[in-house]
Design a protein around this ligand. Structure first.
Ligand code: URA
Length: 207
């Protein structure tokens, strides 16, 4: 099963604010950061870590430090709304960008920009794309990442559609999807219903 549905009440509290059509971009951006932090914590539960010892004011204490090379890849433009949250948790992460544009008539994604860090083969790659709708752009982005060597790859999204989940599972069954919800369906324009509208437009006030 490649879908991990995150049930945390704080995730769902933020999600309902994102869904609410009355939420203005300022609050939408804050909630996008909040939910992304919580989802990223879940998606990185098994991040490799190494034992370390530090000195507290009283005595040595054993602990763990994240030892994995983490690469975060926002799918432009909506994925940028999730990036700061991941970097807050993992400041040393390397960042790649994938630019995919959805044709409004056909909903087919075409690539207009890719810039990835070198050598992803040993990295823990987190692809961030808030709306997993048809799955077309997710599959295209995963194809690019696997062609660049990525082997451990997870998707974090904020709303998924059954069609998107199915397409990713069909093409890349090894890729885990972290999402708070799998919504009902896509409408004829390939928007997720009930969804939250166009994530990028709501984030940047371009509706
Ligand atoms: N992208 C969005 O921003 N919203 C959707 O519902 C589908 C794709």
């Amino acid at each position: 099963m490649s879908v991990h549905v995150v049930e945390h009440p704080l995730v769902h509290d933020a999600l309902v604010t994102l869904r609410d059509a009355r939420t203005q971009p300022e609050v939408f951006r804050r909630m996008a950061v909040r939910i992304s932090l919580l989802l990223a914590a879940e998606a990185t539960r098994d991040l490799p870590a190494s034992p370390v010892t530090v000195q507290t004011p009283l005595a040595p204490a054993e602990g763990r430090r994240v030892s994995a090379d983490v690469v975060v890849v926002p799918v432009l433009r909506a994925g940028l709304g999730m990036l700061d949250a991941i970097l807050e948790l993992i400041p040393g992460a390397r960042v790649g960008h994938i630019g995919l544009q959805r044709d409004e008539a056909t909903a087919i994604a075409s690539k207009y920009y890719t810039k990835l860090p070198r050598d992803l083969s040993e990295s823990f790659v987190l692809m961030i794309d808030p709306m997993l709708a048809t799955g077309g752009s997710a599959v295209a982005a995963i194809d690019l990442l696997t062609a660049a060597g990525a082997r451990t790859l997870r998707i974090i999204c904020i709303v998924a559609a059954p069609e998107g989940v199915a397409l990713v599972e069909q093409h890349h069954p090894e890729v885990a999807i972290y999402t708070p919800v799998v919504d009902r369906e896509l409408n004829p324009h390939k928007y997720i219903v009930p969804g939250l509208g166009d994530f990028g437009d709501r984030l940047y006030g371009t509706t």
